[in-house]
Design a protein. Structure first.
Length: 457
């Protein structure tokens, strides 16, 4: 009996929806509902933005719910883009859904270090020409998007795990696979599951030698490398206002190393000032409600933190620099999407100025974008790097992913500001990678061993 009633109920709903659509009433209803969702004091950031953007935009979506949301921007880079292109071709779809919203980045190995990579780059260039999509070369995708395209309230799908960096400006930004990216290129949308949320309150004042990278390293050590799996992290607290845009980007980017789906800094005065300065307007500002429910809550007093270093093979095996000080290194790498911004390179120059990289130790410095590269040269930082004996490269992920411009050999030891240190990440499987802030890496380059940056600041 229940079955026939369900069918009749569905039929009534279908007729009513059809009439509402015809009169434009449903669109007005959804607009009002979305405004109610924006004002709902019980919802997290993730619950709000997914409920507002969901194709079935007539209800509130809670953690565990699955729905489809449209993409505002879709990005793939040169280690994921070629496979996405192959899958897209196999779909038989004649053209992409919206060329203006698709972004390809050649950044993981740029310029091409070998013939095989050069052919993959050629494939991407040809795809960009055929479909009229955006293509950028010589800037790390996440930084380029932050500088030129991302705005608050946007939905960004990226075929790169560190896409969550764009959460630094209040965007829904998450990494997906190459096959999923091909589906987004074809349809302009993707299914998502509403994640549970974690609230992290930052308080206190930073001490000398402590930076955003130390904060996120401390948090990853606290929750473990899988402690944020498929969860949305919301960064709150009185100290957030003191974090620059570069520092927020560092934290959101590196949050992936505990498995997060999203890593969010809500729009505040600093965010608004940043977008005024770059002449871009937010799509919408979304703020979690004061009565939102969180899976876990953490409090971090940044005033109690020191410079942090993650030991080889484990991003969550973190110790204060003093516990590892004196460990010999062969290379210091400063750069990557996590820590290759001007703020990072500025403190690096401050430490290296008047010093020399230790004989027998290499120091590789790589900016995150072409604009940062130009800024470093214009402001004299590149000269400081070169005078110290460091190598200053173009913008690329090369050293971070172990493809060029800083690859490690057998049994070599590196201290790096890149995001990951699993076995073989930067080259030989017998090499070892310690992770730190750029300041700690720069001080270590001078001494040829892991060193406390506070001596140089």
């Amino acid at each position: 009996m229940g079955g026939i009633h369900d069918i009749l109920d569905d039929a009534v709903v279908y007729v009513l929806r059809s009439r509402l659509i015809a009169t434009g009433f449903l669109a007005r209803f959804r607009t009002l509902l979305r405004q109610d969702i924006l004002n709902d004091d019980s919802l997290t950031f993730a619950e709000k933005i997914i409920s507002i953007r969901a194709e079935a935009g007539d209800k509130i979506h809670r953690p565990g719910d699955i729905t489809v949301i449209p993409a505002d921007l879709a990005m793939a880079q040169d280690s994921t883009g070629p496979l996405a292109i192959k899958v897209f071709g196999e779909m038989g779809v004649p053209k992409v859904w919206d060329p203006s919203r698709i972004h390809l980045a050649i950044d993981h190995s740029f310029p091409a270090p070998d013939e095989k990579v050069a052919n993959l780059h050629h494939l991407m260039r040809e795809f960009a020409k055929k479909h009229g999509v955006r293509l950028v070369e010589g800037s790390i995708s996440h930084q380029h998007l932050l500088e030129n395209h991302i705005v608050p309230g946007m939905v960004l799908f990226g075929a790169d795990s560190h896409t969550c960096q764009a959460g630094a400006v209040g965007a829904f930004a998450t990494g997906i696979g190459s096959s999923e990216m091909a589906a987004v290129w074809a349809s302009g949308k993707l299914w998502v599951k509403v994640p549970e949320s974690i609230k992290v309150s930052l308080t206190g004042q930073f001490k000398k030698g402590v930076f955003a990278r130390d904060v996120i390293s401390h948090f990853i050590a606290t929750v473990g490398e899988d402690g944020g799996n498929y969860r949305s992290i919301e960064w709150k607290g009185s100290t957030v206002k003191d974090l620059s845009m570069a520092s927020r980007a560092c934290i959101s980017n590196n949050s992936m190393e505990c498995g997060c789906k999203l890593s969010i800094f809500e729009v505040d005065t600093l965010t608004q000032e940043y977008f005024r300065s770059v002449n871009r307007k937010p799509m919408r500002e979304i703020h979690a409600g004061s009565k939102a429910s969180y899976k876990d809550e953490y409090d971090i007093d940044v005033g109690k933190l020191g410079p942090e270093v993650a030991e080889p093979g484990n991003v969550d095996k973190v110790k204060e620099v003093g516990e590892l000080e004196g460990t010999p290194i062969d290379q210091a790498f400063i750069g990557s999407s996590t820590n290759g911004r001007y703020e990072d390179l500025s403190v690096t120059a401050r430490i290296l100025k008047g010093h020399k990289v230790k004989t027998g130790t290499r120091c590789v410095i790589t900016p995150a974008s072409r604009s940062i590269f130009e800024q470093v040269i214009k402001n004299g930082l590149a000269e400081i790097f070169l005078q110290s004996g460091a190598v200053f490269t173009n913008a690329t992920c090369g050293a971070c992913v172990g493809t060029h411009l800083g690859v490690l050999g057998e049994n070599e030891v590196c201290i790096s500001s890149s995001p990951r240190n699993y076995i073989g990440r930067m080259g030989a499987v017998t090499s070892k990678i310690y992770l730190s802030s750029p300041a700690t890496a720069a001080a270590s380059a001078i001494e040829g061993k892991i060193a406390d940056p506070r001596r140089y600041l």
